[in-house]
Ligand binder design. Structure first.
Ligand code: ATP
Ligand code: MG
Length: 249
């Protein structure tokens, strides 16, 4: 098949990235962003949602399961992003999935009260997505949904259910997860996230002299011709920037 068959694309909002994936993520897909701690997963997801609203007018939902909504807003302010503004305009909804778990009161509009019950969790996200007519969704992170589920089979079932619901909602989603040991080929926490996602992006560091350099690798992107090169990226004062013609040493 030649290039005539066209897939609708969703802009990532990350400078330099779209040109590596034929103009954007395939619409309505689930992309897994994996990496060890501090590699930029939360920033990646936040940028996808923020730029989606600010630059493309596309409503987005950010489900935060690792830090409180207020912490996310504060941290992303350092990139010059004003989440509040777009929340007030109804273009962004942040679902706070942390406060109730740690027993703190929350003044958030969207609060996940019962994280223990996965059915409720999925139903609530569905409701918020419909409420703002979201085109984009981020869940940060998958391990924090699954961390109470001890049995592998149960985790598998939840992730499959999540995937079905994401497809049905008609959103383009980013799920973040941990990469326990990318160099040994272990790129997701449960090893099953990568099968339910149609795209997989690895964020990592590489040592150069005495400095760690960030790089990004597109491991999989269905319906997309992409290279398997490692591309340098930086977290700048304006967020993530990828350098498509940059060299990895
Ligand atoms: N304003 C900024 N300018 C430059 N770099 C920044 C800025 N803010 C954060 N960073 C970098 O981003 C890193 C954090 O990225 P982020 O929180 O997205 O990573 P993560 O993969 O989600 O980590 P975790 O495993 O802790 O969830 C920081 O360690 C820092 O190096
Ligand atoms: Mg994070």
């Amino acid at each position: 098949m030649d290039g005539e068959y066209r897939v609708e694309r969703v802009k990532s909002g990350i400078p330099g990235l779209d040109e590596l994936v034929n103009g954007g993520f395939p619409k309505n897909t689930t992309i897994l962003v994996t990496g060890s701690t501090g590699t930029g997963k939360t920033t990646f997801g936040a940028q996808f949602i923020y730029k989606g609203a600010a630059e493309y007018g596309e409503p987005g939902v950010f489900v935060t399961l690792e830090e409180r909504a207020q912490d996310l807003r504060r941290e992303t302010k350092t990139f010059g992003w004003d989440f509040r503004k777009y929340e007030e305009e109804g273009l962004i909804a942040i679902i706070d999935g942390v406060s109730s778990t740690v027993g703190l009161p929350s003044e958030e509009k969207f609060v996940l009260e019962d994280r223990l019950n996965v059915e409720n969790f999925l139903r609530y996200i569905y409701r918020v997505v419909k409420a703002i007519n979201a085109r984009r969704l981020v869940i940060d992170s998958v391990p924090s949904i699954a961390f109470r589920l001890r049995e592998e089979a149960q985790i598998r079932e939840v992730l499959l259910k999540l995937n079905t619901i994401l497809l049905e909602m008609g959103v383009t989603s980013i799920l973040t997860t941990e990469a326990p040991d990318p160099k040994a080929g272990k790129i997701s926490r449960y090893g099953i996230e990568e099968y339910i996602s149609r795209g997989l992006i690895l964020l990592d560091f590489r040592e150069r002299d005495v400095e760690l350099k960030r790089y990004l690798l597109i491991r999989k992107m269905r319906e997309t011709k992409h290279s398997m090169r490692k591309y340098p990226f930086e977290i700048t004062n304006n967020g993530i920037v990828v350098y498509p013609s940059g060299e990895m040493y």
